[in-house]
Design a protein around this ligand. Structure first.
Ligand code: SF4
Ligand code: SF4
Length: 300
């Protein structure tokens, strides 16, 4: 296992920029039926890819119809396998690294957050409402109503679609009503919150981040804390964009996989493919967890 910091760790800002431009290049329409791995509003005038959460909700209403009209086999075959398979592949490979590295709305919140230095550290339990948004709003409500209600309220959707569309197309302005103003209020709330909370939408409300969080700890790309190298200088605690203490909760559910903590001056945090974790010290975070939970050694 190599302890050296790879250079690409310092490219995150530019990867986020490139990903935002690529997902919204305004030139390629042929790929719009494909999903980008992160939130990316399909209604954006320049969107080159669709949003997996929008696709998931729309497929829930189609699935409801198949469920009502067919049998069990019909219902199983009618599940949105393309979207579920996409979540599984991306999550199993990278976990939440897609949030930290290529999500346009995550990057937008980081840019807003950079305007203010004071940040509130959120308690860990506040990361759980995201699962309620996922199950309640994006799955159950979409299934029952046949409407993508998460999209209707999504602040990323407002930034990319709800705001520019009426600006560019005056004929749409007459349709502005209470829903548009509700979405505006949600968007402004998260923009204001981003000044005081690190990536508040990602930490509190994003259902897609919740899906990837479930797989982050078990993804092929792992981050490991090597306690024996740590001098407790707290550099990583001060610099984690999510306000996490990486010594305690490195791959916990609030972690966005940005790997900022891997810039640790003492190389006490490394990331590497799961199959290369075999040679790590027994003082690493994965062994710590196994010792606490009695989990069987999976060959690290
Ligand atoms: S920056 Fe490195 S050495 Fe300092 S507390 Fe974090 S892990 Fe330990
Ligand atoms: S713990 Fe490390 S990888 Fe996770 S959010 Fe903090 S700095 Fe990024």
């Amino acid at each position: 296992m190599s302890p050296r910091r790879p250079r690409w760790l310092y490219w995150r800002f530019w990867v986020q920029f490139a990903s935002t431009v690529l997902a919204n290049n305004g030139l390629v329409n042929a790929t719009k039926g494909l999903c980008w791995p992160t939130l990316n509003c399909w209604a954006c005038p320049t969107a080159a890819f669709g949003c997996p959460m929008g696709a998931l909700q729309n497929s829930m209403s189609a699935w409801r119809w198949r469920l009502a009209s067919g049998g069990v086999l019909e219902a199983i075959l009618g599940l949105p396998w393309y979207i579920l398979g996409g979540f599984l592949i991306v999550g199993a490979l990278f976990g939440r690294m897609v949030c930290g590295w290529i999500c346009p709305f995550g990057w937008f919140q980081e840019l807003i957050g950079s305007l203010s230095r004071r940040k509130i550290r959120l308690p860990r339990w506040l990361g759980y409402p995201r699962y309620a948004v996922l199950v309640g709003l994006a799955l159950v409500v979409a299934f029952l109503t046949g409407e993508p209600w998460f999209c209707k309220l999504c602040p990323q959707g407002f930034l990319e679609g709800g705001l520019p569309q009426p600006l560019l197309r005056p004929e749409l302005r007459s349709g502005i009503g209470w829903l548009w103003y509700t979405k505006l209020a949600i968007f402004l709330t998260f923009v204001l919150a981003a000044l005081f909370i690190r990536r508040p939408f990602c930490a509190l409300a994003c259902p897609l981040g919740a899906i990837y969080s479930l797989m982050h700890r078990y993804s092929l790309w792992r981050t490991v804390f090597l306690r024996e190298r740590c001098t407790n200088c707290l550099w990583c605690v001060r610099n984690c964009p999510q306000g996490i203490d990486p010594r305690e909760d490195l791959d916990g559910h609030l972690c966005i996989g940005c790997l900022e903590c891997q810039k640790c001056p003492f190389d006490a945090i490394v990331s590497l493919p799961a199959w290369r974790v075999t040679g790590c010290s027994t003082a690493c975070s994965h062994h710590d967890r196994k010792n606490r939970t009695g989990e069987a050694d999976a060959g690290y």
